[in-house]
Design a protein around this ligand. Structure first.
Ligand code: TYM
Length: 349
């Protein structure tokens, strides 16, 4: 349980004590559909370590502004995402869950970190290159500055471990560079975070194009399995998922589509890739897909039932998020006092 969050923000010396619990922080954008990639790459790992860590999870609505969302839709997506996270097992008694803009320290710190971040570093980010491709000078400044806000999210809470999917690796590397530079210039202020990226499920690919990662913002519904999909829609999407040439159910560099489906099957059934391959030895693609669809449906159905129930209870969702924001704000404010002090800003005290 995150009970001592405000104290931790100034006391970094307890890392060696027996009862030290790792501070974990991660975020997710309320944009598009919560999908199987988000669950397997990130959220399931958040839930799995919730008992042994001090966990803080954030619905990053400021990051979602990158996609120019309609304000009404954005509000709906915040409720949807909060419901999906709670339904996936984020017990609000065991972690903090809040909306990023409810804790203004995130944006304040982002501005301050601009001072130790270089344009060249931001321009080199893969995500910036992808999202700005073909836009010339018309690309929004949010696309460029996005990783600084992510760094602020992480280091505001003395985070030690950041459980994410593989696509966030580069942003966490940049965060580490920002910490090194800030601490060197202003004195030891921020804890150095580490990415926690599992080998299984860290990069779930699109069902209709295994060279592209499964993405919330994809316009092609057949590319992802959303938590809003009914069992029949899930079965249909898996039946239509592309496969590779050949007829054996085996993974490999030359079989990106099957490798992805085997990963999904293995991640949900707790089997390693060789175990999945053995399980389907001598079987056909059709048999594999049928069984895979049932594994996905069986895994998602209980979460989906809970999601529907929670989504209808907006006052409850709002209460959880408010409580999370209040407790996160206390920790954030303690840290910000130290940061402002170190940087010499504000009136004399
Ligand atoms: P976002 O919202 O795109 O994704 C949320 C989490 O899901 C993971 N993920 C995937 N994992 C495996 N396969 C996929 N196809 C897949 N797609 C998404 C992501 O890696 C991520 O862990 N910038 C972040 C949000 C963020 C954040 C943070 C994360 C803001 N501040 C601080 C960690 C710490 C993002 O856009 O994630």
């Amino acid at each position: 349980m995150v009970t001592d969050a405000p104290a931790r923000a100034t006391d970094q010396a307890d890392a060696s004590t027996a009862e030290h619990k790792l501070r974990v922080f991660s975020g997710i954008q309320p944009s598009g559909n919560f999908h199987l990639g988000n669950y397997l790459g990130a959220v399931r790992n958040w839930v799995n370590q919730i008992d042994e860590s001090e966990s803080i999870f954030c619905i990053v609505d400021l990051h979602a502004l990158l996609n120019n969302p309609d304000p009404v839709v954005l509000q709906e997506q915040i409720v949807n995402l909060a419901s999906s996270l709670l339904a996936s097992g984020l017990d609000p008694d065991k972690c903090l869950l809040f909306v990023q803009s409810d804790v203004p320290a995130h944006s304040e710190l982002q501005w301050l970190l601009n001072a130790v971040t270089q344009f060249g570093e931001l321009r080199r980010m893969t995500q910036f290159k992808d999202k700005s491709a073909g836009k010339g000078d018309a690309v929004s400044a949010t696309v460029l500055n996005y990783p600084i806000l992510m760094a602020a999210d992480i280091i505001l809470y003395d985070t030690e471990k950041v459980p994410v999917g593989d696509d966030q690796r580069q942003h966490i590397e940049l965060t580490r560079d920002i910490v090194t530079r800030f601490n060197a210039r202003y004195g030891e202020t921020f804890v150095m975070p580490e990415a926690d990226i599992k080998t299984e499920g860290a990069r779930i690919m699109s069902l209709d194009d295994p060279t592209e990662k499964m993405s919330k913002s994809s316009p092609r519904e057949a590319s992802y399995i959303s938590f809003a999909d009914s069992p029949d829609v899930i079965r249909k999407k898996i039946r239509r998922a592309v496969t590779d040439s050949g007829d054996t159910i085996t993974a490999g560099d030359d079989k990106p589509a099957l490798t992805n489906l085997i990963q999904i099957y293995g991640s949900l059934s707790g089997k390693s890739t060789p175990e999945v391959e053995r399980h389907f030895e001598g079987k056909r693609y059709g048999d594999f897909k049928k069984e895979l669809a049932e594994v996905v449906v069986d895994s998602l159905t209980p979460i989906q039932d809970e999601l529907v129930r929670l989504k209808g209870d907006v006052p409850y969702i709002s209460g959880v998020l408010q409580q999370g924001a209040e407790r996160a704000s206390e920790a954030a404010e303690t840290k910000m006092r130290l940061v402002r002090d170190r940087m010499g800003i504000g009136r004399p005290r």
